[in-house]
Design a protein around this ligand. Structure first.
Ligand code: PHE
Length: 338
């Protein structure tokens, strides 16, 4: 029996096939119901126990060799692929690339526009202290924005908080630099607000700051008009409405003319055609002074805009929550945006 197994081993090793039919023939000849393995197994039953210990592993090795041979010749995958009707020779579709997130696309575009005007990019920490978010920006101690209702405090410490606006980076940069300074400061901000189609507890802003001798409100207005025309198109109109921020005086909110051509336009602009895009103003002399800049020598302007807001306008997105849900059906629409 040993000799027989050895002989079959050699046969298996030497076997060659010139087609799938021959492979199948070979398989049946060895592993089939009336195959050679079957005969060997029957003979195996008859051998004395002490020989079984030697022959058993040899039989297993032979069976394995047959199976390996069949597998190598036909390929397990190709037979199952064939059965499924797929064409395994077709070139693959390639690995799908990720897409830029719309907020990144818009952030980059806004930063680019201001960089072209000579603004440098600066960033600051998301976990801040009271000074950089509030006190250094002329917020009075009792200002409601400090309230638990708006601000996330870290470990109930009133001096460790998540920044509620990127204006904190203004303060950090005024500490570090001497005027003139022209900065654009993108970043993530946090407010304790209920999540809805129009609000989120985490969103993105871009802050601007320009401090030099003789910076005027006209400079602010022209800078923002230039930005709006680069971003929304050359015919874009803007208007400034008086507003209030503790850290700017005078302060304004800027609207772009969105139009009233459709029902949707009327709804999103509340029938006026105008849409608010940012807050701005002349840096309050108190802020300059608190940060070591002489307000008798220097003046400046600052502005801050929400990236989600501007992205919703640009792409006609009706619900802010889409930005944070990572739904491929949403994100894939921005494939090709850079
Ligand atoms: N920080 C203000 C906000 O979050 C925006 C702003 C920035 C206004 C700079 C004026 C100047 O609403």
């Amino acid at each position: 029996m040993k000799a027989r197994i050895g002989q079959l081993m050699a046969e298996v090793a030497a076997a060659e096939f010139s087609g799938a039919d021959e492979v199948e023939e070979f398989r049946v000849a060895y592993l089939g119901r009336k195959g050679k393995m079957k005969d060997l197994m029957a003979a195996f039953k008859e051998v004395p126990g002490d020989q079984k210990r030697e022959l058993g592993p040899m039989l297993n090795a032979l069976k394995q060799a047959v199976e390996d041979k069949v597998k190598a010749a036909s390929g397990e995958t190709s037979s199952s692929v064939k059965a499924s009707g797929l064409d395994a020779t077709r070139p693959s579709g390639g690995v799908p690339l990720g897409t830029h997130h719309p907020l990144q696309v818009v952030r980059r575009e806004i930063v680019d526009i201001f960089q072209n005007m000579g603004f440098a990019v600066a960033e600051g920490p998301e976990i801040e202290d009271d000074w950089h978010v509030f006190s250094g920006l002329n917020f009075p101690p009792e200002h409601p924005a400090r309230d638990m209702q708006d601000t996330f405090f870290v470990e109930r410490n009133p001096d460790v908080l998540l920044r509620t606006h990127t204006s904190s980076v203004q303060v950090r940069e005024m500490e570090k630099r001497k005027p003139p300074m022209r900065l654009i400061m993108p970043g993530r901000v946090f407010r304790n607000e209920a999540i809805s189609a129009r609000a989120h507890c985490m969103f993105h802003q871009i802050e601007g700051l320009y401090i030099d001798k003789d910076v005027s409100f006209a400079d602010l207005k022209q800078t923002l008009l230039h930005f709006a025309r680069c971003f929304f198109g050359p015919d874009t109109k803007i208007r400034l409405r008086p507003s209030y921020f503790p850290f700017t005086e005078p302060s304004a909110e800027v609207d772009v003319y969105w139009g009233l051509k459709t029902e949707v336009d009327k709804r999103i602009t509340k029938g006026t055609g105008w849409l608010e895009i940012l807050g701005c103003g002349m840096v309050d002399p108190n802020v300059l002074e608190a940060n070591g800049i002489d307000p008798n020598v220097y003046s400046g302007f600052a502005f801050g805009m929400g990236i989600e807001r501007i992205s919703m306008l640009r792409y006609q997105i009706g619900d802010l929550r889409h930005f944070f849900e990572n739904d491929r059906r949403f994100l894939d629409q921005f494939a090709g945006e850079r």
